[in-house]
Write a protein that binds this ligand. Structure first.
Ligand SMILES: [Zn+2]
Length: 540
């Protein structure tokens, strides 16, 4: 690296350090932000521009076996959205599930420099790491799915708490993952192979495990910081209540904020969810906003995918099973303004953004590509910042749906640039415990985005003038000037090696892969950064 930069005259939005639009210099040396830099540094004049830390996507699906299945399922996307090579960057294909190279470049094109793949079966860790290594520019990590893991559920059922904790730590190490995610805990297992049963009640017993989703969630809350869980709004409220005072993150909460009778049209429960979140500082969430147009449903909630496959016009559908670990469903999808449910989902996301008071705890996501592509973030930012635009958009969608939401009351809130900087970078970085990201204080990674100010916020956030990654000028005057390899972010919590005596026999009996061949080998970890966890962080 070694490059030195001084960015002058720009308005800085760095909410983690309390800087809200003041003009000040940002200095960079050896890939980090520094207090000052010598006069030999390259100077960027950011007059009339806005400087923010690089964007951080806390929840998206960009790499691994299920993402690759989705690519194979939609060759039409590849044909119609070709991403050509340039002198500095490689070619690829786009659509809602871009190829690895295109994923990295397009995130950078929006000023995002970090993205976290949110659902990987532990068995898919190698494949995921291979694709993440191939995803240029951005830093990235992934979350492993443990909610339907057969061995962990056995330990839980037998009340072997400490072994459960050790096994989760072992799994994080074996896969080089960043954290743990739960989707429809205990819901895939009875659905696989037995009958089309769907668990909707937290206290219903999962037959093959003899534990309830409630037990799975409470057991893992004690261990993990990050929690995602599918269900209706009652389940969501119940999940948040069960957490007590523990820190819990609910992923794509929009998808879990529906009321109404089963089998009938859903209604919005966003005000109830927002009120609970407002009153409980231990709860955070990302929205999982739905955006109109093409999307790809990609979920570890296999039963939901099975239900959804009948609703769309596109008859393509994949459900796949990962032995002893999880299920997964993929469906090409399209959200349309005129359809009641789609308009309602779109409106609920906006309600959650507009009714929750603390942007640090309600951050931006579309659950890419589930609610829509990450390429729609600039339009979403405009919906939040520009009330006139939002009101015009509200008029275009199904009005029966809008009348069921508080958007019909004319919510006046407009996000400020400072709040956008929180929900797109400072907030996600803080929730992820990434101390060197999401801010521009000395010592932070020099991941910086510079936008030209524009009344049209969609235009402004679509194409930053400059993007700096690890101190390197990647985009200058809206064009790529360099390629770059980002890092894999992972954790490595301590565990008692004795736990292998519990895990190994299970592998020998039930897995198609031998225990010795399961953990990700060291050579997968070139260009990685180990992020401190739990006690190590608290001790600092
Ligand atoms: Zn997701």
């Amino acid at each position: 690296m070694g490059s030195k930069l001084r960015i002058v005259n720009g308005k800085v939005y760095d909410p983690a350090n309390g800087i809200d639009g003041q003009v000040r210099d940002i200095c960079v040396e050896d890939g980090r932000i520094v207090e000052s830099v010598g006069s030999d540094a390259k100077k960027i004049d950011a007059q009339g521009m806005v400087i923010m830390p690089g964007g951080v996507d806390i929840h998206c699906h960009i790499a691994g076996p299920k993402v690759n299945l989705a690519r194979k399922l939609q060759p039409d996307d590849h044909r119609y959205d070709v991403h050509p090579r340039t002198a500095f960057t490689r070619s690829g294909t786009g659509g809602t599930v871009p190829s690895t190279f295109t994923t990295g470049y397009r995130y950078a094109t929006l000023g995002y420099t970090t993205a976290m793949e949110a659902a990987v079966t532990p068995l898919g860790a190698r494949h995921t790491l291979e694709e993440l290594h191939d995803t240029p520019v951005i830093d990235k990590g992934f979350y492993i799915l443990l909610g339907n893991n057969v061995l962990l559920n056995q330990l839980m059922k037998e009340g072997r708490r400490d072994e459960l904790k050790q096994a989760v730590a072992w799994w994080l190490n074996a896969t080089r993952a960043y954290t743990v995610k739960l989707v429809n805990p205990g819901g895939d297992e009875p659905w696989k192979g037995r009958r089309n049963s769907v668990i909707t009640d937290l206290d219903a017993t999962v037959e093959s495990f003899d534990v309830t989703p409630r037990q799975i969630i409470t057991s893992l809350i004690e261990i993990a910081n990050n929690l995602g869980h599918s269900g209706n709004y009652k389940t969501t409220l119940e999940t948040m209540r069960m957490a007590g005072d523990s820190r819990v993150h609910i992923t794509h909460i929009q998808f879990h904020s529906y009321g109404g009778e089963p089998g009938k049209n859903p209604v919005s429960m966003a005000p109830e969810i927002a009120a609970y979140v407002n009153d409980h500082p231990n709860i955070s969430a990302d929205v999982g906003q739905v955006m109109f147009g093409k999307s790809t449903v990609m979920t570890a909630d296999a039963p939901v995918a099975h239900l959804l496959r009948r609703l769309g016009k596109d008859k393509r559908w994949v459900n796949s099973d990962t032995e002893c670990e999880s299920g997964c469903g993929i469906i090409p999808f399209s959200y349309q303004e005129r359809i009641y449910t789609h308009a309602l989902q779109w409106a609920i996301g906006l309600e959650l953004f507009l009714l929750t008071k603390d942007p640090w705890r309600m951050v931006l996501s579309t659950d890419h590509p589930n609610g829509g592509s990450f390429m729609s973030y600039p339009k979403l930012i405009r919906l939040l910042m520009d009330r006139n635009f939002r009101d015009a958009e509200i008029k275009r969608v199904n009005q029966r749906a809008i009348r069921k939401t508080t958007l019909a009351d004319g919510l006046a809130r407009e996000y400020t640039l400072n709040e956008i900087a929180i929900v797109t970078r400072a907030g996600p970085a803080r929730l992820l415990g990434l101390k060197n990201k999401g801010h521009l204080g000395a010592g932070a990674d020099a991941d910086i985005t510079i936008y030209e100010e524009d009344a049209d916020k969609e235009k402004m956030f679509s194409a930053p003038r400059y993007v700096v990654k690890d101190g390197k000028l990647i985009i200058e005057d809206h064009e790529f000037r360099a390629d770059h390899e980002g890092r894999i972010l992972h954790v490595s919590p301590d565990y008692d090696p004795g736990i292998e005596k519990v895990i190994k026999p299970f592998f020998e009996s039930y897995y198609s892969i031998r225990f010795e061949n399961y953990a990700v080998a060291e050579h997968y970890m070139r260009h990685n950064e180990q992020i401190p966890t739990g006690k190590a962080m608290a001790a600092e």
